[in-house]
Design a protein around this ligand. Structure first.
Ligand code: SF4
Length: 181
């Protein structure tokens, strides 16, 4: 049986969802026999999101131009896209900055008003991605096939979500263990 091509991507999140993925511990060895990890910040150094990905776990909200480009490419090239954790599902903590009303007020607040030494706005065009005006959950920008809540989702929930996909079945996100925060 052909291995499933698995990707994970890290948008605007704290990496806690990926850390929870690593908490799968010895089950990762079983998983490694059934999937090829084709793109992930924790498992490969592939720079470009590949074609024909079967399953992708997306951590984080969409906060800047780089996030936006990556999620659009990932959607085009992935059969089954999962919003992985509350930042992807709702925008969660990163969206707290939305209250300031846009990218410019956020930059001014952080780099001018709260800057202790030599306050100045960052000016690295083409190097630091431009902030979007709002941090948005993934499904507001691309179609999402499944929502996996949690901050982070516990490891057993991640396993229970991936296992049906390995059998070619769609996971069912019902019951306390699958949706409790
Ligand atoms: Fe971090 Fe929680 Fe966001 Fe995951 S959902 S990236 S653990 S803040």
């Amino acid at each position: 049986m052909a291995k499933i091509k698995l990707a994970t991507i890290w948008l605007c999140g704290c990496s806690g969802c990926h850390m929870s993925f690593l908490d799968l511990d010895e089950w990762l060895l079983e998983l490694a026999e059934k999937v090829d990890v084709v793109y992930s910040p924790v498992a490969s150094d592939v720079k470009e999101y590949p074609e024909d990905v079967d399953v992708c776990l997306v951590e984080g909200g969409v906060a800047n131009e780089e996030n936006l480009e990556l999620i659009r490419i990932a959607r085009e090239r992935t059969k089954f896209l999962i919003s992985f954790g509350d930042c992807a599902v709702t925008a969660n903590v990163p969206a707290l900055r939305n209250m300031l009303g846009g990218a410019e007020p956020v930059l001014k607040r952080c780099y001018l008003e709260l800057g202790d030494a030599n306050p100045q706005l960052p000016n690295f065009p083409g190097i630091v991605p431009e902030l979007l005006d709002r941090v948005r959950p993934v499904h507001e920008l691309v179609h999402v096939d499944l929502f996996m809540p949690g901050c982070p989702p516990p490891a057993d929930r991640i396993q229970a979500t991936i296992e049906p996909l390995l059998r070619g079945e769609k996971p069912v996100m019902e019951g306390r263990e699958m949706i409790k925060f």
